[in-house]
Design a protein around this ligand. Structure first.
Ligand SMILES: Cc1cc2nc3c(=O)[nH]c(=O)nc-3n(C[C@H](O)[C@H](O)[C@H](O)COP(=O)(O)O)c2cc1C
Length: 189
């Protein structure tokens, strides 16, 4: 690996632009590494929780990403109790580890109708489990799915801080914060 391979890693501005590019590719391309981040939350009893999700949007201007989920999934209880979550991506193609510290808002109900209307029948079947997600059942398939907008939730992740690690011949790490307008600061890897 040489730093020349990734010239964008050499300045804070181009590094940040590359992070947004990789996030955008994750939204658009189901085979991109950014497609499947790990979302880490804190459960109501204070325990760490991490799971794979699909990145649904990433808006560089607002600094906001979204994830779709079942309203009755444990992760929704987690962020209602502790409204911060971390999103983690290892983009092996770009040699980038992307760690996002976010503040989470849970969206439900009528405001999601435009998004729900655009989901395929197949996609809608991820929302509306009976019994609810995480409940104990007698057999592996002892559950049913009735797609229902009232079981659909969008997690809106407002990014507060990014910790970015680039693996090159020499590694580089940088932190970008909303509070200083994403100016960026190099840090020790
Ligand atoms: C490839 C993959 C993609 C997934 N995408 C999502 C997703 O976008 N939203 C979601 O709620 N769960 C998704 N899941 C399921 C979660 O990882 C998790 O098993 C489920 O949401 C229950 O998590 P919870 O009990 O912590 O809420 C995905 C799992 C895999 C393996």
């Amino acid at each position: 690996m040489s730093d020349e391979l990734h010239e964008w890693a050499q300045s804070l501005d181009t590094l940040l632009a590359q992070v947004w590019k990789r996030l955008g590719r994750g939204v658009a391309d189901r085979r991109a590494p950014g497609r499947h981040p790990t979302l880490a939350t804190i459960s109501p009893d204070g325990m760490p929780q991490a799971r794979t999700v699909v990145l649904r949007s990433a808006d560089p201007d607002a600094g906001v990403a979204t994830i779709f989920t079942d309203r009755f999934a444990d992760k929704v209880d987690d962020v209602r109790a502790h409204p911060h979550a971390a999103l983690h991506i290892w983009d092996n193609l770009a040699h980038l580890q992307i760690r996002l510290l976010t503040h989470v808002a849970v969206k439900t109900g009528a405001e999601l109708e435009p998004i729900w209307a655009n989901l395929s029948d197949h996609a809608r079947r991820c929302y509306g489990f009976s019994p609810a997600s995480g409940e104990a059942i007698a057999e592996g398939l002892s559950y049913s799915k009735t797609p229902d907008i009232s079981a659909f939730a969008v997690l809106e992740l407002t990014i507060e801080r990014m910790d970015i690690l680039h693996l090159g011949y020499q590694h580089r790490r940088a932190e970008f914060s909303r509070h200083n307008d994403w100016a960026g600061q190099w840090t020790v890897p």
